[in-house]
Design a protein around this ligand. Structure first.
Ligand code: NAI
Ligand code: SF4
Length: 437
């Protein structure tokens, strides 16, 4: 284990995580003692359009993976249209490796509730939903208890803090389908239908929940809002880079000494994050990693100094995604890791479109063949050809995401595939597992 140098430690910028270690941080009393709901009082005195402008000025970008500018999205909501507006928080965190939203809701649920109220006021929504992953029972319980406390104190309900603004907030638990994290499938699920993606455009901003204008934002995005209201756009921009402003919660897992959540300015590098996390586990050397969950192309030890912001990671041929950095060592097999991710996508494919439904099914079978020592050189072409038929031809991002680790592992680690095919690596799967394909 290495000790982080002071200059690396200084890279930690606890903003959204700053209350996590306070005793009973999830209770209203603690939250209020630590500046809680001060931003709401300030926001309610401002004009909603000024709040949207503030978020635009801050440069805040979506924390769910895509990095869409938040203020711009809020600005898409038509005003004076006579329709109800909705805010929906996407808390269906399910990307493999991703684990930043659940601790946030468990440790500091009021920051999300406060963000919801401010965002709803800004977009003129009188009803908001938090759609939380079904398996996240503990986080949902904390969230529901925070919502109840907020109602009792007059932060929610009719005439919020005497401002004349009304807001009802519902916490809705999903039923365990990864696809319901896709924003339009989430809306279908919330409306009581089977969760499957809708065609976009039109985007939810104009045709969302119950065909009305709807902002769908990630937990981290909405929880950032109270800090920006209190601290101002210029303060927010002192962190991060010109186009990727603010702090970001990086979730480190895998072969490192101290896995967990590290909140740092956007643009930190993996080298610095690993140092913050006490270094690699003894006996392990970095081999490959995901910058933002399993839907993002793999990077390697060559990319240790890539700035982890939206532009930096894109420049390295990957995507920042959910900042879930899963770290693998020379003792891990990129072929097997890719197979496990593919099994996940195959299982979670909603079946609506052929490229994803059939392509993932067949790719899992090819991987099982390779990993059981029965693969052929042609299998590698079949994998690339199948990815080519999924990427850009699927109905939603799940299909595209499934191809990321396949194409990137073949790009960087073709030799590992050849070692199985040519018999230098012992099969990882038995004949029985192959038959199970
Ligand atoms: P996207 O880039 O298509 O859209 C991003 C957001 O901007 C959406 O809310 C969309 O409605 C809005 N938007 C885009 N163009 C618009 C326009 N012209 N007008 C109005 N609104 C517009 O990305 P998508 O497909 O929503 O999300 C993909 C990302 O999700 C990936 O980068 C992936 O990393 C991430 N992801 C996150 C997971 C998690 O558990 N947090 C799970 C799986 C994927
Ligand atoms: Fe469903 Fe996959 Fe098609 Fe998305 S890409 S609509 S998850 S089948």
């Amino acid at each position: 284990m290495t000790t982080p140098r002071p200059e690396t430690l200084a890279k930690l910028t606890p903003v959204l995580t700053k209350r996590w270690l306070s005793p009973d941080a999830w209770r209203l009393g603690t939250y209020e003692k630590l500046d809680g709901y001060a931003a709401l009082r300030k926001a309610l005195k401002a004009h909603p359009d000024d709040l949207i402008q503030l978020i635009k000025d801050s440069g805040l970008r979506g924390r769910g993976g895509a990095g869409f500018p938040t203020g711009l999205k809020w600005g898409f909501i038509p005003q004076g249209d006579g329709k109800p507006h909705y805010l929906v928080v996407n808390a269906d965190e399910g990307e493999p490796g991703t684990c930043k939203d659940l601790p946030l809701m468990t440790h500091d649920p009021h920051s999300l509730v406060e963000g919801v109220i401010i965002a709803s006021y800004a977009i003129r929504a009188n009803r908001a939903y938090i759609y939380i992953r079904g398996e996240a029972v503990h986080a949902a319980r904390r969230l529901r208890s925070a919502v109840a406390e907020a109602y009792a104190k007059g932060y929610l309900g009719r005439n919020v803090l005497g401002s004349g603004f009304d807001l009802e907030l519902v916490v809705h638990s999903g039923a365990g389908a990864y696809i319901c994290g896709e924003e339009t499938a989430l809306l279908d699920s919330l409306e009581g239908f089977r969760g499957q993606p809708r065609l976009r455009p039109p985007f939810p901003a104009t045709h969302g929940l119950y065909a009305s204008p709807t902002v769908v934002n990630n937990v981290g995005t909405i929880a950032s809002v109270p800090y920006i209201v209190l601290g101002g756009a210029d303060w927010w921009k002192t962190m991060g880079t010109e186009k990727s402003s603010g702090p970001m919660i990086y979730s480190l897992s895998g072969r490192i000494a101290d896995p967990g959540q590290y909140e740092c300015s956007m643009g930190i590098t993996l080298r610095e994050l690993i140092e913050l996390a006490g270094g690699m586990k003894p006996g392990h050397n970095l081999k490959f990693w995901t910058p933002g969950g399993s839907s993002t192309p793999l990077l390697t030890a060559e990319h240790l100094d890539v700035p982890l912001d939206f532009e930096g990671v894109a420049g390295a041929g990957s995507i920042l995604g959910t900042t879930a950095t899963q770290i693998f060592s020379d003792q891990d097999c990129p072929v097997y890791a890719t197979y496990r991710w593919l099994e996940f996508y195959h299982h979670e494919s909603c079946g609506k479109c052929t490229p994803c439904r059939e392509g993932n099914y067949w790719m899992v079978r090819v991987y099982r063949r390779i990993l059981s020592g029965q693969g052929t050189h042609e299998d590698l072409d079949t994998l690339l050809d199948t990815c080519d038929n999924i990427l850009g031809r699927s109905f939603c991002g799940l299909g595209d995401g499934a191809t990321s680790s396949v194409t990137s592992s073949l790009k960087y680690f073709k030799q590992d595939y050849l070692d199985y095919i040519e018999g230098r690596t012992a099969p990882k799967l038995s004949d029985k597992q192959l038959v199970g394909a």
